[in-house]
Design a protein around this ligand. Structure first.
Ligand SMILES: Cc1ncc(C[n+]2csc(CCOP(=O)(O)OP(=O)(O)O)c2C)c(N)n1
Ligand code: SF4
Length: 284
């Protein structure tokens, strides 16, 4: 039986009270609930406070470049489709530096889960505005307030027909871990955007600010099979902020469409080193 201790690792470097702690707890809980053994899981991250999450979990990890989380995660899933592949990144990592990969990974639809720690700020580099920062939010750099329209990851994902689109809140670990379990189990690309207070640099979107606003869509009878209703929910942001599963549909993941994998995973294949040498010679 898998237990929380199987995933236990050392000390973290996050600030006390950071929302990332609860995301880490929720990830562990969902992996334990799903009965995933650490060697069956690969966590891929980029750069950022969020990108450190895999460092604090005892499982396979791959630390990529800033914004480059999804390409290696996709590659790993293709090479070994039995792996449970989870990508984590911040809102900067996932929607800013990695914005192009976000769009095209959804279109490609590998069976991976992206957990986006959405603290609406660049945490690691000490508090610049991110793609999801609110209009007018003042930061140390945007001293007169943010001038750009915030990126809406859920609306973009739904418009691209992403097979699983959800939003969780780091202040509600039970709900978040249930969303993560559903996302990890769902076939195809799954997005879980997580509202994550950054207690050090984001003085606007605090725990209290969220507690006053978030509600669970399942309590309001939202039907995640209804794409247009999901889109409307994705546009709701203000006095009320919806959490839960916005949209889900069945899909055929990218890797199951690849003929080359019909005879088994890439990692199980023998390769001809002489052929490989010839490829390298062509480029030398
Ligand atoms: C290509 C590139 N651009 C910029 C940086 C500098 N950089 C490192 S982390 C970071 C912001 C991280 O913010 P986010 O992804 O939102 O994660 P958080 O730290 O808030 O969890 C930036 C701009 C970098 N390492 N690489
Ligand atoms: S700076 Fe913000 S995101 Fe980074 S560890 Fe501290 S509270 Fe968390």
């Amino acid at each position: 039986m898998v237990t929380m201790d199987d995933y236990k690792d050392g000390e973290t470097e996050w600030c006390p009270g950071c929302g990332n702690f609860n995301i880490l707890e929720a990830v562990k809980r969902s992996l334990v609930d799903l009965g995933k053994k650490p060697h069956e899981v690969l966590m891929v991250s980029g750069i950022g406070q969020s990108g450190k999450l895999p460092h604090y979990l005892k499982c396979n990890t791959f630390n990529s470049l800033h914004g480059r989380t999804l390409p290696p995660a996709t590659g790993a899933k293709v090479a070994n489709p039995v792996l449970t592949v989870i990508a984590v990144g911040g809102d900067g990592d996932s929607y800013g530096e990695g914005g192009n990969h976000f769009i095209h990974a959804i279109r490609r639809n590998p069976d991976i889960t992206l957990i986006a720690h959405d603290n609406q700020i660049y945490g690691l580099t000490k508090g610049q505005a991110s793609p999801t920062s609110e209009l007018g939010m003042k930061t140390k750099v945007q001293t007169h307030g943010v001038l750009h329209t915030p990126f809406n990851p859920l609306a973009v994902a739904i418009s691209l027909d992403c097979p699983f689109v959800a939003r969780g809140f780091a202040g509600d670990v039970d709900h978040l871990s249930s969303l993560l379990s559903q996302a990890i189990s769902h076939k195809g690309f799954s997005l879980v955007d997580v509202l994550q207070p950054c207690v050090t640099f984001n003085k606007l979107n605090t725990y209290k600010w969220y507690h006053d606003r978030v509600y669970k869509m399942e309590d309001d009878g939202h039907d995640p099979a209804n794409r247009m209703a999901a889109f409307e929910k994705a546009l709701e942001w203000g006095d009320r902020i919806p959490t839960g599963v916005f949209y889900k549909r069945d899909s055929e993941p990218f890797e199951s469409k690849l003929d080359v994998l019909k005879s088994g995973p890439l990692i199980a294949k023998q390769y001809d080193s002489a052929k490989l040498d010839r490829v390298f010679e062509n480029f030398s």
